[in-house]
Design a protein around this ligand. Structure first.
Ligand code: HEM
Length: 302
Protein backbone atom coordinates (compact mmCIF):
# COMPACT_ATOMS: atom_id res chain seq x y z
CA UNK A 1 0.00 0.00 0.00
CA UNK A 2 1.35 3.36 -0.89
CA UNK A 3 2.22 5.92 1.76
CA UNK A 4 1.05 8.74 -0.46
CA UNK A 5 -2.66 8.43 -1.05
CA UNK A 6 -4.56 10.39 -3.66
CA UNK A 7 -7.07 12.17 -1.48
CA UNK A 8 -10.71 12.35 -2.56
CA UNK A 9 -12.95 15.40 -2.20
CA UNK A 10 -14.50 13.81 0.89
CA UNK A 11 -11.13 13.32 2.58
CA UNK A 12 -10.01 16.84 1.75
CA UNK A 13 -13.34 18.25 2.93
CA UNK A 14 -12.98 16.28 6.19
CA UNK A 15 -9.54 17.81 6.66
CA UNK A 16 -11.00 21.28 6.14
CA UNK A 17 -13.85 20.56 8.57
CA UNK A 18 -11.32 19.37 11.14
CA UNK A 19 -9.35 22.58 10.69
CA UNK A 20 -12.51 24.62 11.21
CA UNK A 21 -13.50 22.82 14.42
CA UNK A 22 -10.08 23.22 15.98
CA UNK A 23 -9.50 26.71 14.51
CA UNK A 24 -13.03 28.23 14.57
CA UNK A 25 -11.85 31.47 12.92
CA UNK A 26 -11.51 29.46 9.70
CA UNK A 27 -15.34 29.42 9.50
CA UNK A 28 -15.01 32.95 8.13
CA UNK A 29 -14.53 32.98 4.38
CA UNK A 30 -12.61 36.25 4.65
CA UNK A 31 -10.08 34.72 7.08
CA UNK A 32 -9.79 31.61 4.91
CA UNK A 33 -8.97 33.88 1.98
CA UNK A 34 -6.35 35.67 4.11
CA UNK A 35 -4.88 32.30 5.13
CA UNK A 36 -4.72 31.32 1.44
CA UNK A 37 -6.83 28.15 1.86
CA UNK A 38 -10.19 29.33 0.48
CA UNK A 39 -9.66 27.90 -3.00
CA UNK A 40 -8.65 24.51 -1.56
CA UNK A 41 -11.73 24.52 0.69
CA UNK A 42 -14.04 25.63 -2.14
CA UNK A 43 -12.70 23.02 -4.53
CA UNK A 44 -13.10 20.14 -2.06
CA UNK A 45 -16.61 21.27 -1.09
CA UNK A 46 -17.69 21.69 -4.72
CA UNK A 47 -16.31 18.29 -5.72
CA UNK A 48 -18.26 16.43 -3.05
CA UNK A 49 -21.45 18.48 -3.59
CA UNK A 50 -21.36 17.79 -7.33
CA UNK A 51 -20.90 14.09 -6.71
CA UNK A 52 -23.91 14.00 -4.39
CA UNK A 53 -26.03 16.19 -6.70
CA UNK A 54 -25.36 13.74 -9.55
CA UNK A 55 -26.67 10.80 -7.49
CA UNK A 56 -29.80 12.74 -6.43
CA UNK A 57 -30.48 13.91 -10.00
CA UNK A 58 -30.19 10.36 -11.32
CA UNK A 59 -32.55 9.08 -8.63
CA UNK A 60 -35.15 11.79 -9.40
CA UNK A 61 -34.88 11.10 -13.15
CA UNK A 62 -35.31 7.35 -12.54
CA UNK A 63 -38.40 8.04 -10.41
CA UNK A 64 -39.90 10.29 -13.08
CA UNK A 65 -40.04 7.34 -15.46
CA UNK A 66 -42.03 5.27 -12.95
CA UNK A 67 -45.60 5.43 -11.68
CA UNK A 68 -46.22 6.79 -8.17
CA UNK A 69 -47.24 3.40 -6.67
CA UNK A 70 -44.02 1.87 -8.07
CA UNK A 71 -41.94 4.63 -6.47
CA UNK A 72 -43.80 4.39 -3.16
CA UNK A 73 -43.46 0.61 -3.01
CA UNK A 74 -39.66 1.07 -2.79
CA UNK A 75 -37.91 0.22 0.44
CA UNK A 76 -38.54 3.10 2.85
CA UNK A 77 -35.43 2.17 4.82
CA UNK A 78 -33.16 3.25 1.99
CA UNK A 79 -32.04 6.76 2.85
CA UNK A 80 -32.37 8.29 -0.62
CA UNK A 81 -35.89 6.86 -1.10
CA UNK A 82 -36.95 8.42 2.18
CA UNK A 83 -35.36 11.81 1.43
CA UNK A 84 -36.79 12.06 -2.10
CA UNK A 85 -40.19 10.95 -0.82
CA UNK A 86 -40.13 13.88 1.63
CA UNK A 87 -39.13 16.14 -1.28
CA UNK A 88 -42.10 14.95 -3.36
CA UNK A 89 -44.45 15.62 -0.46
CA UNK A 90 -43.07 19.13 -0.02
CA UNK A 91 -41.60 18.45 3.45
CA UNK A 92 -38.00 18.73 2.18
CA UNK A 93 -36.51 21.20 -0.28
CA UNK A 94 -33.87 20.00 -2.75
CA UNK A 95 -31.27 21.69 -0.52
CA UNK A 96 -32.52 19.65 2.47
CA UNK A 97 -32.07 16.43 0.46
CA UNK A 98 -28.55 17.51 -0.51
CA UNK A 99 -27.57 18.56 3.02
CA UNK A 100 -28.87 15.33 4.57
CA UNK A 101 -27.06 13.31 1.89
CA UNK A 102 -23.85 15.22 2.64
CA UNK A 103 -24.08 14.31 6.32
CA UNK A 104 -24.50 10.64 5.46
CA UNK A 105 -21.50 10.65 3.10
CA UNK A 106 -19.29 12.54 5.58
CA UNK A 107 -20.39 10.34 8.49
CA UNK A 108 -19.85 7.13 6.57
CA UNK A 109 -16.78 7.60 4.42
CA UNK A 110 -13.65 8.29 6.42
CA UNK A 111 -14.84 6.55 9.61
CA UNK A 112 -15.45 3.20 7.93
CA UNK A 113 -12.37 3.45 5.68
CA UNK A 114 -10.17 4.17 8.72
CA UNK A 115 -11.74 1.37 10.78
CA UNK A 116 -10.90 -1.09 7.98
CA UNK A 117 -7.37 0.23 7.49
CA UNK A 118 -6.57 0.33 11.24
CA UNK A 119 -7.84 -3.24 11.61
CA UNK A 120 -5.60 -4.47 8.77
CA UNK A 121 -2.68 -2.55 10.25
CA UNK A 122 -3.23 -4.07 13.71
CA UNK A 123 -3.52 -7.56 12.22
CA UNK A 124 -0.26 -6.96 10.36
CA UNK A 125 1.35 -6.00 13.68
CA UNK A 126 -0.20 -8.98 15.53
CA UNK A 127 -0.03 -11.86 12.98
CA UNK A 128 -1.20 -14.50 15.49
CA UNK A 129 -4.67 -12.91 15.49
CA UNK A 130 -4.60 -12.45 11.71
CA UNK A 131 -4.06 -16.20 11.30
CA UNK A 132 -7.06 -17.02 13.50
CA UNK A 133 -9.25 -14.64 11.51
CA UNK A 134 -7.91 -16.13 8.28
CA UNK A 135 -8.77 -19.69 9.41
CA UNK A 136 -12.32 -18.60 10.26
CA UNK A 137 -12.80 -16.90 6.88
CA UNK A 138 -11.14 -19.71 4.90
CA UNK A 139 -13.50 -22.26 6.45
CA UNK A 140 -16.41 -20.23 5.08
CA UNK A 141 -14.82 -19.28 1.74
CA UNK A 142 -12.41 -22.06 0.64
CA UNK A 143 -11.46 -20.31 -2.63
CA UNK A 144 -9.56 -17.10 -3.20
CA UNK A 145 -10.67 -14.41 -5.65
CA UNK A 146 -13.92 -12.53 -5.51
CA UNK A 147 -16.86 -14.06 -3.62
CA UNK A 148 -20.20 -12.89 -2.30
CA UNK A 149 -20.55 -12.35 1.42
CA UNK A 150 -24.15 -12.41 2.64
CA UNK A 151 -25.52 -10.78 5.79
CA UNK A 152 -25.87 -14.27 7.30
CA UNK A 153 -22.16 -14.92 6.58
CA UNK A 154 -21.15 -11.74 8.43
CA UNK A 155 -23.09 -12.95 11.49
CA UNK A 156 -21.08 -16.17 11.51
CA UNK A 157 -17.71 -14.38 11.54
CA UNK A 158 -17.44 -14.53 15.30
CA UNK A 159 -13.68 -14.08 15.58
CA UNK A 160 -13.70 -11.19 13.11
CA UNK A 161 -16.26 -9.55 15.40
CA UNK A 162 -13.83 -9.73 18.33
CA UNK A 163 -11.09 -8.28 16.14
CA UNK A 164 -13.18 -5.40 14.81
CA UNK A 165 -14.40 -4.50 18.28
CA UNK A 166 -10.89 -4.63 19.70
CA UNK A 167 -9.56 -2.55 16.80
CA UNK A 168 -12.17 0.18 17.44
CA UNK A 169 -11.40 -0.02 21.17
CA UNK A 170 -7.65 0.68 20.85
CA UNK A 171 -8.08 3.01 17.86
CA UNK A 172 -11.61 4.48 17.91
CA UNK A 173 -12.18 6.05 14.45
CA UNK A 174 -13.91 8.98 16.21
CA UNK A 175 -11.74 9.66 19.28
CA UNK A 176 -13.83 12.35 20.94
CA UNK A 177 -17.44 13.61 20.76
CA UNK A 178 -19.04 16.60 22.42
CA UNK A 179 -22.29 17.47 24.12
CA UNK A 180 -23.80 20.56 25.74
CA UNK A 181 -25.61 20.23 29.08
CA UNK A 182 -29.27 21.16 28.66
CA UNK A 183 -29.68 21.42 32.45
CA UNK A 184 -27.51 21.31 35.59
CA UNK A 185 -26.03 17.84 35.83
CA UNK A 186 -24.82 16.24 39.07
CA UNK A 187 -22.04 13.68 38.56
CA UNK A 188 -21.66 10.58 40.75
CA UNK A 189 -18.76 12.28 42.59
CA UNK A 190 -21.05 15.17 43.60
CA UNK A 191 -19.63 17.75 41.18
CA UNK A 192 -22.34 19.75 39.42
CA UNK A 193 -21.81 20.65 35.77
CA UNK A 194 -23.95 23.74 35.11
CA UNK A 195 -26.39 24.06 32.22
CA UNK A 196 -24.93 25.25 28.90
CA UNK A 197 -21.43 23.77 29.36
CA UNK A 198 -19.67 22.05 26.45
CA UNK A 199 -18.48 18.58 27.44
CA UNK A 200 -15.90 16.55 25.53
CA UNK A 201 -16.30 12.78 25.85
CA UNK A 202 -12.83 11.32 25.45
CA UNK A 203 -13.56 7.93 23.85
CA UNK A 204 -9.87 7.23 23.09
CA UNK A 205 -8.65 7.45 26.70
CA UNK A 206 -11.74 5.77 28.14
CA UNK A 207 -11.19 2.81 25.79
CA UNK A 208 -7.60 2.58 27.06
CA UNK A 209 -8.34 3.03 30.76
CA UNK A 210 -6.59 0.32 32.85
CA UNK A 211 -9.32 0.77 35.48
CA UNK A 212 -11.90 -0.43 32.94
CA UNK A 213 -9.95 -2.74 30.64
CA UNK A 214 -7.27 -4.16 32.94
CA UNK A 215 -3.45 -4.08 32.85
CA UNK A 216 -3.13 -4.70 29.10
CA UNK A 217 -5.65 -1.98 28.20
CA UNK A 218 -3.09 -0.24 25.98
CA UNK A 219 -2.39 -3.20 23.75
CA UNK A 220 -4.35 -5.03 21.04
CA UNK A 221 -5.86 -8.28 22.24
CA UNK A 222 -9.22 -9.48 20.80
CA UNK A 223 -9.72 -11.60 23.96
CA UNK A 224 -10.92 -8.39 25.63
CA UNK A 225 -14.22 -9.06 23.84
CA UNK A 226 -14.64 -12.73 24.77
CA UNK A 227 -18.07 -13.13 26.40
CA UNK A 228 -16.55 -13.84 29.84
CA UNK A 229 -14.37 -10.72 29.67
CA UNK A 230 -17.00 -8.29 28.40
CA UNK A 231 -20.03 -9.52 30.38
CA UNK A 232 -19.43 -7.41 33.50
CA UNK A 233 -18.22 -4.26 31.77
CA UNK A 234 -20.28 -1.09 32.07
CA UNK A 235 -22.52 -0.78 28.96
CA UNK A 236 -20.85 2.56 28.19
CA UNK A 237 -17.26 1.27 28.59
CA UNK A 238 -17.05 0.68 24.84
CA UNK A 239 -18.64 3.40 22.68
CA UNK A 240 -17.02 3.72 19.21
CA UNK A 241 -20.44 4.78 17.87
CA UNK A 242 -21.47 6.38 21.21
CA UNK A 243 -24.86 5.53 22.68
CA UNK A 244 -28.10 7.32 23.44
CA UNK A 245 -30.42 9.26 21.18
CA UNK A 246 -27.68 10.95 19.08
CA UNK A 247 -25.53 7.90 18.49
CA UNK A 248 -24.26 6.92 15.04
CA UNK A 249 -27.21 6.09 12.79
CA UNK A 250 -24.96 4.05 10.48
CA UNK A 251 -23.39 1.70 13.04
CA UNK A 252 -25.00 -1.52 11.81
CA UNK A 253 -24.19 -0.73 8.19
CA UNK A 254 -20.63 0.22 9.18
CA UNK A 255 -20.05 -3.11 10.93
CA UNK A 256 -21.48 -5.13 8.05
CA UNK A 257 -19.56 -3.29 5.33
CA UNK A 258 -16.31 -3.40 7.35
CA UNK A 259 -16.70 -7.15 7.87
CA UNK A 260 -17.44 -7.82 4.18
CA UNK A 261 -14.38 -5.79 3.14
CA UNK A 262 -12.11 -7.38 5.75
CA UNK A 263 -13.26 -10.91 4.89
CA UNK A 264 -12.47 -10.40 1.20
CA UNK A 265 -9.07 -8.83 1.86
CA UNK A 266 -7.96 -11.24 4.58
CA UNK A 267 -8.98 -14.29 2.52
CA UNK A 268 -6.88 -13.11 -0.43
CA UNK A 269 -3.84 -11.49 1.21
CA UNK A 270 -1.56 -11.85 4.20
CA UNK A 271 -0.77 -8.40 5.64
CA UNK A 272 2.52 -7.67 7.36
CA UNK A 273 4.52 -4.66 8.52
CA UNK A 274 7.81 -3.91 10.23
CA UNK A 275 6.26 -0.91 12.00
CA UNK A 276 5.88 -1.69 15.74
CA UNK A 277 2.57 -1.05 17.50
CA UNK A 278 4.44 0.83 20.26
CA UNK A 279 5.65 3.43 17.73
CA UNK A 280 2.16 4.49 16.65
CA UNK A 281 1.66 8.18 17.34
CA UNK A 282 -1.98 9.25 17.46
CA UNK A 283 -3.20 12.65 16.40
CA UNK A 284 -6.69 13.35 17.75
CA UNK A 285 -8.93 15.12 15.28
CA UNK A 286 -12.61 14.67 14.38
CA UNK A 287 -11.47 11.31 13.09
CA UNK A 288 -8.40 9.56 14.49
CA UNK A 289 -5.21 10.21 12.52
CA UNK A 290 -1.72 8.73 12.68
CA UNK A 291 1.37 10.92 12.54
CA UNK A 292 3.05 8.28 10.38
CA UNK A 293 0.89 5.82 8.47
CA UNK A 294 2.70 2.45 8.51
CA UNK A 295 3.39 0.76 5.20
CA UNK A 296 1.73 -2.64 4.87
CA UNK A 297 3.07 -5.48 2.75
CA UNK A 298 0.62 -7.75 0.97
CA UNK A 299 1.35 -11.36 0.12
CA UNK A 300 -1.11 -13.34 -2.00
CA UNK A 301 -2.79 -16.24 -0.17
CA UNK A 302 -3.69 -19.61 -1.70
C1 HEM B 1 -16.72 2.57 11.71
C2 HEM B 1 -17.53 3.47 11.19
C3 HEM B 1 -18.21 4.56 11.97
C4 HEM B 1 -17.92 5.08 13.20
C5 HEM B 1 -16.79 4.68 14.16
C6 HEM B 1 -18.89 6.12 13.47
C7 HEM B 1 -18.94 6.87 14.63
C8 HEM B 1 -19.83 7.89 14.84
C9 HEM B 1 -19.84 8.70 16.03
C10 HEM B 1 -18.91 8.54 17.23
C11 HEM B 1 -20.83 9.60 15.88
C12 HEM B 1 -21.19 10.74 16.84
C13 HEM B 1 -22.31 10.33 17.73
C14 HEM B 1 -22.45 11.26 18.89
O1 HEM B 1 -22.15 12.45 18.81
O2 HEM B 1 -22.89 10.75 19.92
C15 HEM B 1 -21.45 9.38 14.59
C16 HEM B 1 -22.50 10.11 14.08
C17 HEM B 1 -23.08 9.88 12.86
N1 HEM B 1 -22.78 8.87 11.98
FE1 HEM B 1 -21.35 7.46 12.23
N2 HEM B 1 -19.74 6.21 12.40
C18 HEM B 1 -19.37 5.28 11.46
C19 HEM B 1 -20.00 4.99 10.26
C20 HEM B 1 -21.14 5.64 9.81
C21 HEM B 1 -21.87 5.27 8.60
C22 HEM B 1 -21.53 4.09 7.70
C23 HEM B 1 -22.88 6.17 8.45
C24 HEM B 1 -23.96 6.27 7.40
C25 HEM B 1 -24.31 5.31 6.61
C26 HEM B 1 -22.78 7.11 9.57
C27 HEM B 1 -23.63 8.18 9.76
C28 HEM B 1 -23.59 9.00 10.87
C29 HEM B 1 -24.46 10.15 11.05
C30 HEM B 1 -25.51 10.66 10.07
C31 HEM B 1 -24.16 10.70 12.30
C32 HEM B 1 -24.80 11.92 12.96
C33 HEM B 1 -25.93 11.42 13.87
C34 HEM B 1 -26.60 12.58 14.63
O3 HEM B 1 -25.98 13.60 14.88
O4 HEM B 1 -27.75 12.39 15.00
N3 HEM B 1 -21.73 6.73 10.37
N4 HEM B 1 -20.83 8.31 13.99
Amino acid sequence: MSRTRRTSGVTRCWADTNDMCFSPWLNSRFLRQLAGIESHYYQAKTEIRQFIRKIIKKKLADDERKTLPAIQSKDKNIFLNLATDLLRRGVFTLKNVEDESNIIVFGAFETTANAVYYTLMLLAMFPQYQERAFEEIKAMFPNTGDFDVSYADTQEMVYLDLILNESMRVIPPVPVVSRQTSQDLQLSNGIVVPQGVQIAIDIFHMHRSKKIWGPDAETFNPDHFLPDNIRDKHPYAYIPFTKGIRNCIGWRYALISAKVTLAKLLRNYRFSTSFPFEDLYFVEDITMKLKTVPLLELQKRN
